[in-house]
Design a protein around this ligand. Sequence first.
Ligand SMILES: Cc1cc2nc3c(=O)[nH]c(=O)nc-3n(C[C@H](O)[C@H](O)[C@H](O)COP(=O)(O)OP(=O)(O)OC[C@H]3O[C@@H](n4cnc5c(N)ncnc54)[C@H](O)[C@@H]3O)c2cc1C
Length: 506
Amino acid sequence: MRLASIAVLGGGPGGLYAARLLKKSHPDAVVTVYEQGVPDQTFGFGVGLASRTQRNLRQADEASLNAIVEQSHPHEMSMKVGDSQVRLAHGELLAIGRATLLSVLQRFAREAGVELRFGERVTVADVDADLIVAADGINSVTRTELADEFGPHIAQGEGLYLWCGTDFALESAVFTPVTTEHGTFVAHAYPYADDRSTFLIETDERTWQRAGFDVSTEATPASESDQVSLDYLQAAFSETLQGHRLIGNRTKWTTFRTIRCDSWHTRNIVLLGDAAHTAHYSIGSGTKLAMEDAIVLDRALLEHDDLESAFDTYEAERRPAVDHLQAIAERSMVWWDNFPERLAMPVEQLMIAYMTRAGKVSLERFAESASGLVTAGLAAYGECGVDDVPASGEVVEWALSRPTAGRSDRLADADLRDADGTALVEIADRPWSAAMRRLIAQPPAASTVWLTGADDRESTLDRLDVGEALRRRTGAVVVVDVPEEFRADAAAGAVSERVDLVSFTS
Ligand SMILES: Cc1cc2nc3c(=O)[nH]c(=O)nc-3n(C[C@H](O)[C@H](O)[C@H](O)COP(=O)(O)OP(=O)(O)OC[C@H]3O[C@@H](n4cnc5c(N)ncnc54)[C@H](O)[C@@H]3O)c2cc1C
């Protein structure tokens, strides 16, 4: 398609990357990025880039990916609860400062011939171009102004988080909780430069209020950081911080919003990145999704002669990948919202629960890649010695065959379903829906809660997630119906204490 002018609203990773790719594909077009901020004054600290992202970016534009990798900081992953710590060797995790990433992408956009206009906050009405790419982020004005055409849906997360940093490089990424007199705070911290680490700290609403952060959040102007919270958290996480300070950058508590839109395009306008969709930060994928959108949009525009067909192809290709990651991200978000409830678990077992939380990594695959850690976690679950834990290929059946409270394995007897004292509950909603939150807040009074529902995988994982919340709150024995083909999910669920017993359905 021949395009004479392209306006990109927003100079975040998605907008800058799209602008470079589009200028290279349409060398005669005038490509302009409008960014409301000024260079080097970005919000945010480091962002993680997973290995698969790197592969996709390498294919699309090797030069910019090489520059990104060069300025990134590799790290391993660990979890620390009290004095217990486990470390996961992981050769492919990279993090980069958001400001550094943007300066690399700005340089490559300029090199391709893109005009970058900083300090200009614009809306679609202000620009005249053949194609308008709205990459204006999670608070997209484009999406809001044209809400009737894009049909946005916004789901608010329950937990609160605060994004800050520190002035030294942690040895590895670490997930670590701290419990104060007010409740539990969890840090997701990782190094992204030789002298910088990101600290992302989460808590629940009650703890936030008890600590007085509702007041400090309210009192913090948009242009400043909530210093009351930063001082408090600096003291709470002093051990992990090793005497260093927490640094804010317009840092304040907020809740995560998952954005979805019925359509990503209208007329000559197309949404890209966070403007179109967001995915909870705990799976570290927002930047990747925005940049991958740019790759597919660029290709679709080359393939087609009209915008409508190109946009349809862009959406058709990107939606399944985005939907998939949003489902994983929402499950991960709920897992982190409930994290403090799992602190009694031995840390190796907790790490298994973490890795298998969203159904993306199976127990078997994790056992293959981290056998020492998983063996220790399985031994804790099975209340046996590490020598009694089998090789990775046998862990699923082994986990299901471990005894528990008066039973010789994890399989429910069929007659328990109809027994007095058993509540049979059909789960037809997502674990994070209002209906499920109500069920969890007011669980059935029963000694056994048996969860049933549809036989697809997502529904099965939903039952396991709801099961975990119910068993922790009620102390009831929780049984989940699991289709035979998802035995591995049942085993991961048992090891992760999401379920007491399973009943296989065919
Ligand atoms: C706490 C937290 C942690 C995260 N961690 C990670 C991580 O580890 N890994 C990861 O991949 N992702 C992470 N993300 C997500 C990531 O930051 C975003 O998904 C990503 O930045 C999206 O890129 P984008 O270009 O779509 O939007 P943005 O990066 O939000 O860029 C939008 C740009 O548009 C500009 N803008 C907005 N409106 C206008 C306007 N009207 N006119 C001109 N300019 C405008 C803004 O100033 C901004 O620069 C995290 C997000 C959060 C909140």
